[in-house]
Design a protein around this ligand. Structure first.
Ligand code: NI
Length: 269
């Protein structure tokens, strides 16, 4: 690695990074991917967007927060390589402190003409999964994301708020409640913008409250997000559960659609 990195020589997050992840609920690691890798992954993401046509996250086209292509890793071999990138997956398990499977991946595009911020949320209630303790997301910018380009904003330490201030599960979108209702301290909680350069990676815990600003810059924000779940998670019917809806409730979410990300000896399923 020629540029300063937050990885040790063996390619794992430093002790300080691990400490910050557990304390703050997120950690920004610089210079994880090379410029050449980023260029390749960016080309793949753009190719997929052009081919698939993105879906809208938001109530309607006029109320778009972000455009996305889901299950990107199953649709492009280079994005599979990104989702299972050895440095990212080893870092994920090192931060999480236990085995993980790939749950899902999205290509995320936030254009300058998308005028809504990304809603305040944590990832837990939207995952149709039970048994989660160490699930996390890796967010990988495929272009520079300076502060004005819809960068991520975190509420440090919010992953440690007590259960009564969390919404653990959404059986349906009708159960959705805004963060300030779920967690009355939210409006008064300090938040941190995390501008990132292409090649950086930010990891956040599934309970960390986050959002993204409007892209007021001139260039597209393009990113890739992977959710890595507890390896023994089970299906719990909920919102956006079509990737797992073929399973019986309570069944393990495993197999080749949800691979172990850093398969050790004997870890074939
Ligand atoms: Ni999120």
């Amino acid at each position: 690695m020629l540029t300063p990195s937050d990885l040790t020589e063996s390619g794992l997050p430093t002790q300080e990074s691990v400490r910050r992840f557990h304390d703050q609920g997120y950690v920004h690691l610089r210079a994880v991917l090379s410029a050449g890798e980023v260029a390749g992954f960016r080309a793949a993401a753009e190719e997929l967007l052009a081919k698939e046509g993105p879906e809208i996250w938001g109530a309607s086209e006029d109320e778009t927060q972000v455009h996305y292509v889901e299950a990107a890793w199953r649709k492009h071999p280079d994005l599979r390589a990104l989702a299972l990138h050895p440095v990212i997956t080893r870092s994920a398990e090192h931060l999480a402190g236990g085995p993980l499977r790939l749950y899902g991946t999205d290509v995320l595009k936030k254009d300058p003409d998308v005028h809504l911020p990304t809603v305040v949320h944590d990832d837990e209630p939207g995952l149709p999964l039970a048994g989660l303790t160490r699930t996390l997301t890796a967010w990988v910018p495929l272009v520079d994301v300076p502060a004005d380009r819809g960068c991520l904003i975190y509420v440090p330490g919010s992953h440690r708020r007590p259960p009564e201030h969390r919404q653990v599960h959404l059986a349906g979108f009708q159960d959705y409640r805004p963060m300030e209702e779920v967690w009355p301290d939210f409006p008064f909680s300090p938040r941190v913008s995390v501008p990132m350069r292409a090649g950086d990676v930010v990891f956040h815990d599934f309970r960390t409250v986050h959002m993204a600003a409007v892209n007021t810059g001139a260039e597209r924000r393009l990113a890739f997000a992977s959710v890595y779940m507890d390896s023994d998670a089970t299906y719990r019917p909920g919102v956006q559960d079509h990737p797992v809806a073929h399973l019986e409730p309570g069944a393990p979410v495993d197999g080749e659609l949800f691979p172990l990300i850093a398969a050790g000896p004997g870890a074939t399923r």
